[in-house]
Design a binder for this molecule. Structure first.
Ligand code: CTP
Length: 406
């Protein structure tokens, strides 16, 4: 799945040590389907050569507005008219100041000023020393650039090339790629707060053992990412999985179903959409032994008693806000057979407007899946595809259903 297929990106580099990361970013953009035209300022060329960027982008790098090779001699117009977005990474403090003032004395600032505001978005990835980033002048420029319609991306924190530690590093290439991909997604859930549960739960038997299941959490993490891309505030309540948190998503790690219930009930108070993808353990040991249970030499295994876990989805779906349609609840059904009948029955049993059926053994741990969307009226099937693609379709389906109800 190439998220940037068909997109033409003008990648601008300004002076800063983070230029070395721009080479990796250029590769990542192209790998994800984009065509990339690199434009470098003189200062950027002190840090990395145009030859490197030309080799990676497979196009000559543009550097000067006086380059006569353009037939009309108007590189700033040509470059800005063909772009789907201009991304400046790294964007120095000086370049931000320049853009904020609308100055245009080099090719890159010139094409930013000359770009059609309504058609060609401008994204900036600031990169600078922490004092420069925190300086009121830079913060003022960032606010002015946002007010003028540019998107000023976040900065990273941590060790800086100068030896200091703080905020101001350029985001990593993969983070910038994720932000750019998200930028192009339609903002179908802007203003919403989406709560997602994901992964398995772990029910302790004693301090070293427990019962869990094969859920990888991938579908839930994809739903969280897709909801964020769609402009929502997102909280992800995750069982024990080792997946990276999608950008911009607040993550709450839990272990047991009881912990997941507590976290979910809290967050649900101000959520507007709840998507329950977690494979919650149905039962937990009635007692958790305080110390490791030892073999007693009799050859008899210990007798374990189980009690049923609370049903998180059903609890939330019966809450007053869900009943008043202020909270749109979506359930998942992991089945092994009779997907349609089981999903329809589960939708009614859970009391949710939308239930998403999937065949558990065919999807656990995989990167793709196939879904069946079951509503009160009508069934829609989403063909096997990568989980992120399905998650985006699911988010779009939720947005449509919410709008239709409103
Ligand atoms: N779910 C939940 N809390 C539970 C059990 C399930 O929130 N204790 C949610 C899941 O996150 C999912 C939906 O309910 O959205 C259905 O989960 P599933 O395991 O398929 O169904 P169960 O209710 O466990 O029913 P059964 O095991 O009988 O199929």
């Amino acid at each position: 799945m190439k998220d940037l297929a068909g997109k033409h990106i003008v990648l601008g580099l300004t002076g800063g040590i983070a230029c070395y990361k721009a080479a990796e970013l250029c590769r990542a953009l192209i790998k994800d389907g984009a065509t990339v035209q690199v434009v470098m300022t003189d200062a950027a060329q002190q840090f990395i050569t145009p030859i490197t960027m030309q080799a990676l982008s497979n196009r000559p790098v543009a550097g000067s507005q006086w380059d006569a090779s353009e037939p009309n001699n108007m590189a700033h117009i040509n470059l800005s008219r063909e772009a789907d977005a201009v991304l400046i990474a790294p964007c120095s403090a000086d370049f931000m100041a320049k853009l904020a003032q609308g100055r245009a004395d080099d090719l890159l600032s010139l094409l930013c000023l000359a770009r059609p505001l309504d058609k060609v978005p401008l994204l900036l990835a600031p990169a600078m020393n922490r004092e420069m980033w925190a300086h009121p002048a830079t913060q003022r420029n960032a606010a002015q650039l946002q007010a003028d319609g540019a998107t000023v991306l976040a900065v990273g924190g941590g060790d800086q090339a100068c030896g200091e530690t703080g905020d101001g590093r350029m985001l990593e290439p993969q983070e910038l790629l994720e932000d750019l991909v998200a930028f192009f997604q339609p903002k179908l859930l802007a203003g919403h707060h989406v709560l997602v549960t994901a992964g398995p739960t772990y029910e302790a038997i004693d301090p070293v053992r427990g019962i869990t299941n094969l859920s990888s959490g991938k579908m839930g993490f994809a739903v969280a990412r897709a909801a964020r891309e769609a402009g929502a505030q997102v909280t992800l309540v995750a069982g024990p999985v080792h997946l990276p948190t999608p950008r911009g998503v607040r993550r709450i790690d839990v272990k047991s179903a009881a912990d997941m219930l507590t976290a979910t009930v809290n967050v649900a108070e101000d959520a507007t959409v709840f998507v329950a993808t977690a494979a919650v353990a149905d039962w937990r040991p009635a007692q958790t032994a305080e110390q490791k249970i030892k073999k007693d030499g009799s050859g008899q295994p210990p007798m374990l008693e189980f009690v049923e876990n609370p049903d998180i989805l059903a609890t939330i779906a019966q809450s007053p806000r869900a009943q008043a349609a202020e909270l749109f609840c979506v359930g998942f059904a992991a089945e092994s057979e009779d997907l349609l009948a089981n999903s329809q029955a589960k939708r009614l049993r859970k009391g949710v407007p939308l239930l998403v059926g999937n065949i558990g053994p065919a999807t656990f741990g995989q990167d793709d899946n196939a879904l069946l969307l079951v509503r009160e009226v009508g069934v829609e099937s989403l063909a096997r595809a990568p989980k992120l693609e399905l998650a985006r379709e699911l988010i779009a389906a939720c947005a449509r259903q919410i709008r239709a109800k409103a």
